[in-house]
Write a protein of this length. Structure first.
Length: 568
């Protein structure tokens, strides 16, 4: 048989293509094998997987997912907001990045008081609600310091999704509808989230965000300076001037992320690693676990009233401390004693196993005058085959944040100023009250409940978890730890368990009805006030708890989680 030159060329081309395909799948397989990712959106999870296939590690995957969430789930998080990152590198090094927003220089303690009364309307929407965003710098730092791909690549990929558009999921359409009245106060926001008839965009329609795509592209081309030192800051200042705001270019120029040491505590044979203040999450998850160590929780059936009662009592004590002591450690003295075993023992003694206790006020931990911490949200967790693990919780605060999009940018700005205590005793959007420690001050970061957490056993990461949902983040994270570490449930089983939450004030347990009538009746008999509420938020987690790698998004909501098998 005669083979022509043309045929030979074609065969060679096919062989070359096959080789490329094979090499590509091998690289992809090597990179994804043993990796796990959980986010609230399939497109974001797919972006993370693609980053691994492109040769990135878990930190790249998490940055790809986080930037994509800002496009496809922008009502929860994005570069107009802030985040906390807890990471564990393959070499065992632990780190955090604090990308929480800061109050502008012109902010002051009484900025939300009008005629002697605190106005939550002002702290929850519009120009004054906005704090200087930190997520973009945090993601960029995570990528530069710990990733293997360029930040530019991640931004460019996410900008393509913004430009091409995506099908609006039901959950997204519902959020737009639920917030539409307020969104309509801000024309640039309303334009993006309305259809041609001026109605809220519908599920199944395609949402194209050209301005956001352009913003991502500009940052990809010019670096984060475009945002913090250039056109974005300038546009924001101009808009602020016309709309009663106080944020200036200099606020952006001063913004810096910080790298505080993680809060670490032991819980039985585990080490729990979390975010220090201005997150209250790491501190209070640790504090509650320290208290619960005195009750052998692992031997208490999680379907019994006793289980709910003990954990609720511990939450109550911790949240009373939160309201008094917690704030930005650069401005207020947050006692290290809050996470000490000795203090937890004292608090544990205050718990009556049969009766709801009265917690009038906060406790006084050891060293409270000497030893201090140094100076609607989404959660995602990622790991890779090399042993890099990361937990990122990011937020613009409540749905659609301040509702403001600075015209021409596509970026939804946060309303994180509401996480400050705008006046003592005035509840914020989550019903949380606070004190002087969390009062507004220029350059200060508002207190947060975000609790990205990594658990180690014998120095190896076994769980990365966190949640969305304001203060219930702390309880959701805590319950996942207890159900998996104490009761040996799989992550999925743990996330399915009924949720409950007590934040000291209001004095009530917010609980899912799935806890069952018997538990609810018993808790009432013990003296608890019960509020049967929804699920409160969304937990995502990945783990290697002894039965292979797991990845789960909250089963109550949409999301996507993948665990690639570990090489045998
Ligand atoms: N914005 C909610 C939180 O950080 O706790």
């Amino acid at each position: 048989m005669k083979i022509t030159r043309m045929k030979t060329l074609r065969i060679l081309q096919c062989l070359f293509a096959a080789l490329l395909f094979f090499t590509d799948s091998v690289t992809a397989d090597v990179k994804t094998r043993g990796a796990a990712i959980a986010t609230v959106d399939p497109i974001a999870t797919d972006a993370a997987v693609q980053a691994l296939k492109d040769g990135g590690n878990a930190f790249d995957a998490s940055v790809a997912a986080a930037l994509t969430l800002g496009v496809v789930n922008g009502y929860n998080s994005g570069i107009g907001g802030g985040c906390f990152i807890v990471g564990r590198k393959a070499n065992g090094k632990l780190f955090t990045i604090n990308g929480r927003e800061t109050a502008p220089e012109k902010a002051h303690r009484d900025m939300f008081i009008r005629d002697g009364r605190a106005q939550t309307k002002l702290s929850q929407a519009g120009a004054l609600a906005i704090a200087v965003p930190g997520s973009l710098m945090a993601y960029s730092e995570l990528c530069k310091k710990h990733g293997e791909l360029s930040f530019k690549k991640h931004l460019t990929n996410a900008s393509v999704i913004a430009r091409n558009g995506f099908k609006v999921p039901d959950s997204f359409a519902q959020r737009v509808k639920g917030n539409f009245k307020q969104i309509q106060n801000y024309p640039a926001t309303a334009k993006i989230f309305s259809d041609n008839d001026g109605e809220p965009i519908k599920a199944g329609s395609t949402l194209i965000q050209k301005d956001l795509a352009e913003t991502y592209n500009e940052i990809a081309q010019h670096g984060t300076d475009w945002f913090y030192h250039g056109p974005f800051a300038k546009k924001t200042e101009e808009w602020m001037k016309k709309n009663g705001g106080i944020m200036k270019i200099s606020d952006f120029e001063k913004y810096q992320v910080t790298y505080p040491n993680p809060v670490q505590t032991t819980y039985r044979e585990f080490t729990v690693v979390g975010m220090p203040p201005p997150s209250s999450g790491g501190t209070h998850v640790a504090q509650i676990l320290n208290i619960l160590e005195h009750f052998e929780i692992k031997n208490i059936d999680s379907n019994t009233p006793e289980f709910y009662h003990l954990i609720t009592e511990a939450m109550k004590l911790a949240f009373a401390d939160r309201a008094h002591w917690l704030g930005d450690p650069s401005f207020t003295k947050v006692p290290l004693g809050l996470v000490s075993k000795k203090y937890a023992k004292r608090l544990a003694k205050r718990i009556n196993p049969k009766k709801a206790g009265k917690v009038k006020t906060h406790g006084i931990p050891q060293g409270s005058t000497e030893h201090f911490f140094n100076k609607h949200t989404t959660h995602l967790s990622c790991s890779d085959n090399e042993g890099n693990w990361v937990a990122i919780t990011a937020t613009i605060n409540t749905s659609f944040g301040s509702k403001v999009i600075i015209p021409g940018t596509g970026v939804i700005m946060n309303n994180e100023m509401d996480d400050f205590s705008i006046s003592p005793g005035t509840p914020n959007a989550f019903g949380l009250i606070g004190n002087e420690a969390n009062a507004v001050a220029p350059g200060k970061r508002p207190l947060s409940s975000m609790s990205p957490t990594i658990v180690l056993k014998d120095n190896k990461p076994i769980l990365s978890v966190g949640a969305a949902g304001g203060p219930t983040i702390i309880s959701q994270t805590l319950l996942t730890l207890i159900h998996t570490l104490d009761h040996k449930l799989s992550i999925r089983e743990a996330l399915m368990k009924p949720r409950f939450h007590h934040q000291w004030q209001p004095n009530q347990i917010r609980i899912e009805s799935t806890a069952g009538q018997r538990v609810l009746d018993s808790l009432k008999q013990m003296g608890h006030k019960i509020y049967i509420g929804g699920y409160g938020g969304a937990t995502q987690a990945i783990g290697n708890l002894g039965n292979g790698l797991e990845a789960e998004h909250d089963p109550r909501l949409t999301g996507k989680a993948i665990a690639f098998p570990i090489k045998k």
